[in-house]
Design a binder for this molecule. Structure first.
Ligand code: SIN
Ligand code: MN
Length: 281
């Protein structure tokens, strides 16, 4: 899949692109059917909501689940990112966010590149976020919200919030958000399962809680240009990956055909991936 000149200009202006129903319901079912098994696992990769057993986010499923290992190599997702960076990419982060019915908690206002820079020493914002909806996203189940154009402002000041939710995050204060919204407005891209969003590492985003009776499970992947790999291994390897091998894509039908894939963490997370190391290998 190649992005058109108009799409490239839109991405540059707004900081995101929406691809409604890029994947078919049949393709999404292969991924969605695997979620209960992954969320039931008692592994460090499952981070649960504060005060409940609902999974907030599951990390690195592509290392121990065949359908997700295939998604991680999907050309419909990888090729446009390579086109934007004009370079090979590797998987910096891979997560399946639950935002489960009634229980799904907020994601505070933040930019991802702030964390990648401060924690992982990623040199530039040459890593792209991808969201793929496994459930339909509506106004009711906690859609992702963006401040269009906010990616143009670079890295904004942020504070480390370790108490609001079960997952620590570098968040942006309300006064700054008010000013950014006055300038750029607010959007909440919605769509059926199979919809994909591509968004810039500096785009300011958040999502509200899910008080609806509908889950909002989405896969979030961050693909980094290989030359821009992280320089510090402060976070565990299952959160910020340490393998910078370029992604080799599978054929376009890889979610429907059982192409062989390696699952190196299927018997558990390697000891060294749990540890923080202050210097990259
Ligand atoms: C994220 O920003 O990483 C997640 C946001 C969401 O799941 O709504
Ligand atoms: Mn984010």
């Amino acid at each position: 899949m190649r992005l058109t000149q108009t799409q490239l200009e839109q991405f540059d202006r707004d900081g995101y692109l929406l691809f409604p129903s890029l994947f078919t319901p049949e393709e999404m079912k292969k991924l969605a059917d695997e979620v209960p098994r992954l969320y039931a696992m008692r592994r460090p990769e499952n981070v649960r909501e504060k005060g409940s057993d609902s999974v907030r986010t599951n990390f690195a499923a592509h290392m121990y689940s065949a359908p997700y290992a295939r998604l991680a190599r999907h050309p419909r997702m990888v090729e446009p990112v390579k086109q934007v960076f004009d370079e090979d990419v590797y998987m910096h982060q891979f997560k399946i966010n639950g935002k489960m019915a009634f229980d799904g908690d907020v994601w505070q206002w933040h930019q991802d590149y702030g964390t990648w820079l401060n924690d992982d020493q990623m040199p530039e914002a040459r890593a792209m976020n991808i969201a793929i909806f496994l459930d339909e996203v509506t106004e009711f189940n906690g859609p992702l919200m963006f401040i269009p154009g906010s990616h143009k402002l670079g890295v904004l000041e942020a504070g480390h919030d370790v108490s609001t939710t079960s997952y620590p995050l570098w968040t942006i204060d309300n006064d700054t958000i008010r000013k950014l919204v006055e300038r750029g407005g607010l959007v909440a891209p919605k769509g059926p399962a199979g919809t994909m969003i591509m968004f810039h590492g500096c785009l300011v985003h958040a999502s509200g809680s899910n008080l609806s009776p509908w889950n909002r499970v989405s896969v979030y992947l961050s693909l980094c240009a290989v030359s821009n790999h992280i320089r510090r291994f402060k976070r565990p390897g299952y959160i910020a990956h340490r393998d910078f091998t370029p992604i080799a894509c599978l054929p376009d039908d890889c979610l429907l055909q059982d192409y062989p894939v390696d699952l190196p963490w299927k018997d558990g997370t390697p000891e060294e991936e749990l540890k923080s190391m202050l210097k990259a290998a």
